[in-house]
Design a protein. Structure first.
Length: 337
């Protein structure tokens, strides 16, 4: 029986996990505007060792514990983004690990976070979710050392990840400087395809490949290039995460819409109306800070605000092999051309 609708489902081998969730992947995040209202006025403990904390909503926290060592901490979990349990586990693990890579760190330990409707969904499916997470963590050379689970009406999975980095080489969202190019390391449009998958059951292999790809190599390339500002593109969309970076850094940005790559099938999903509520909320939040050039349509903005799951890195600097999609400029806000 579906935990949300109360409708009897097919046997376990045909279970569609996405039907057990009100939203999918990072599109199920609390909207950025509402979240900022919740945490406004809250402050972390004052400590000289805190390099990155609550102030700018960066991808992970960073605490210096030695002259050449900072410990990074993050947690990320979400409802099913695809129906295949093993793939969901892989995607969720890659997404959680991405926060460490986005800060220029190396993941060293992960803890599973699980919510599971144990009286509704077979426990064998949870085994497959966890197996997917283990396989991606192994690919990242990050041991999974434990976890925590609760009986939950909606299935949820993710990880809390600990990483390490050199304090002087952190990539932060408050370090963008005018005059530098903006590079994007994965195509966008994943939210459109995930929403189509949720509604139709169609499987998009390219989207799964993009979401399960670790951001490790892109982060390593960024560090070798001396990059100091980066973030990953997830639930708040390219525009949302870029705006947070610009606001934290006291700069503006220009985005070349035609230069932003889309995952195969995303354009058709947009045309057919598979736009998530999370994407629309993203655009509503960031719209006051966006200026549009001639020919930029509402659909263009919706794509740029599309709620990604396990997206790529948005890097302030140029990385060989990845497209330059814009530039950091003096001023404030984002211009889309």
């Amino acid at each position: 029986m579906n935990a949300i609708t109360g409708v009897l489902e097919e046997p376990a081998e045909a279970v569609r996990l996405t039907t057990y969730a009100h939203g999918g992947g990072c599109a199920c995040k609390i909207p950025p505007g509402e979240l900022e209202d919740v945490v406004r006025g809250l402050t972390g403990q004052t400590d000289p060792g805190v390099l990155v904390g609550l102030d700018d909503g960066d991808d992970a926290s960073a605490v210096q514990v030695g002259e050449d060592l900072a410990v990074l901490s993050t947690a990320d979990f979400f409802t099913p983004v695809v129906d295949d349990a093993y793939d969901w586990g892989r995607i969720a693990a890659a997404n959680a690990l991405s926060d460490i890579y986005a800060m220029g760190g190396r993941p060293i330990s992960a803890i599973n976070l699980v919510g599971w409707p144990r009286g509704v969904l077979p426990m064998e499916l949870l085994t497959e979710v966890l197996r997917g997470g283990l396989d991606v963590a192994a690919q990242a050379a990050c041991p999974v050392t434990g976890g925590h689970s609760v009986d939950d009406p909606e299935p949820k999975y993710g990880m809390a990840v600990t990483g390490i980095a050199a304090p002087g080489r952190l990539m932060r969202n408050d370090a963008a400087r005018a005059g530098l190019p903006i590079t994007l390391t994965k195509p966008i449009g994943l939210g459109l395809l995930n929403n189509r998958h949720k509604q139709t059951g169609e499987v998009f292999d390219e989207a799964i490949a993009v979401m399960t790809q670790l951001n490790r190599e892109a982060a390593d390339a960024a560090l070798r290039s001396g990059v100091r500002a980066a973030t990953d593109v997830t639930g708040f969309g390219l525009l949302g995460h870029l705006y947070k970076m610009c606001r934290a850094s006291g700069v503006g940005a220009v985005i070349d819409r035609a230069a932003v790559p889309l995952v195969g099938g995303a354009r058709e999903a947009l045309r057919d109306g598979y736009i998530s509520g999370g994407t629309r909320r993203n655009l509503e939040w960031v719209r006051p800070h966006v200026r549009t050039g001639a020919g930029i349509t509402e659909d263009d903005l919706l794509v740029l605000a599309d709620a990604q799951t396990s997206g790529g890195l948005l890097v302030v600097g140029e990385l060989p092999g990845h497209p330059v999609v814009g530039e950091i400029v003096a001023g404030s806000g984002i211009e889309v051309r």
